[in-house]
Design a protein around this ligand. Structure first.
Ligand code: AP5
Length: 218
């Protein structure tokens, strides 16, 4: 059985985006990444982008009411009616409580929460080595998953870019925010009986297999 709403939890660089893309394609459901939505708003210099920019550059979380508003609006789109993946949301207990209420109100039931666990030593290398396609969003890594041609996306020839917050100082802040504000969600969802932990230290294909296997048993 496939649950209506999936939440991907994990530290920065755990592989939430990489795995969410795989699982979204597999089930043909949308991947909703609050990080991607916010980065797009920053790029377009919208009101939301201007409000979020400084927080993102500092590696801090954007205020709860801002991200909750984004998610509520996106989940109301017709393509979400058969399910969706929340990638990088919720990240605070307040956001998790908001999700519980929102899902209940929309008749989606309890979410299934997939926590991707990765050793802290790997995270820094994954993040400093990440490159993303500026056209399709495909994720690469100069150490673990390099493109065939340097700086160019294998899929559509788009230019690969380095994320502004993937520098060592900001990564440390992001990790601190994760430990203080997001890690408590593991306990929160364990208490609800909806948490599944997946070993994210392996090769991405193996991690994807582990996730799909967990979902087939859910
Ligand atoms: P966001 O974009 O969500 O960043 P993050 O949580 O820090 O997570 P990342 O996107 O960095 O990592 P990921 O787990 O998706 O890893 P990925 O698959 O790319 O948020 C950015 C900012 O926006 C936040 O700091 C905050 O300011 C704001 N924000 C967003 N959501 C918010 C919210 N809910 N509330 C408040 N503020 C919010 O993989 C990383 C790299 O590793 C890639 O290069 C990839 O190729 C490689 N890789 C992945 N898996 C493997 C593997 N198994 N083996 C080897 N390499 C791998």
């Amino acid at each position: 059985m496939r649950p209506h709403a999936l939440i991907f939890l994990g530290a920065p660089g755990a592989g939430k985006g990489t795995q969410a893309r795989e699982v979204a394609t597999h089930f043909r459901i949308p991947q909703i990444s609050t990080g991607d939505i916010l980065r797009d708003a920053v790029k377009k210099e919208t009101r939301l982008g201007l409000a979020a920019k400084a927080k993102m550059e500092a590696g801090e979380l954007v205020p709860d009411e801002v991200v909750c508003g984004i998610v509520e609006e996106r989940v109301s789109e017709p393509d979400c009616k058969n399910g969706f993946i929340l990638d990088g949301f919720p990240r605070t207990i307040a956001q998790a409580k908001f999700v519980d209420k929102m899902l209940e109100a929309k008749g989606h039931g309890k979410p299934l929460v997939l926590d991707i666990e990765v050793g802290e030593d790997l995270l820094l290398k994954r993040l400093t080595g990440r490159l993303t396609c500026s056209v399709c969003g495909e994720i690469y890594n100069i150490y673990f998953n390099p493109p065939k041609v340097e700086g160019i996306c294998d899929k559509d020839g788009g230019k690969l870019v380095h994320r502004a917050d993937d520098n060592e100082a900001t990564i440390r802040q992001r990790l601190e925010a994760y430990h203080k504000q997001t890690e408590p969600l593991i306990q929160y969802y364990r208490g609800q009986g909806t948490l599944v932990s997946v070993d994210g230290n392996k090769d991405p294909h193996e991690v994807a297999r582990g996730l799909l296997d967990s979902l087939s048993k859910a």
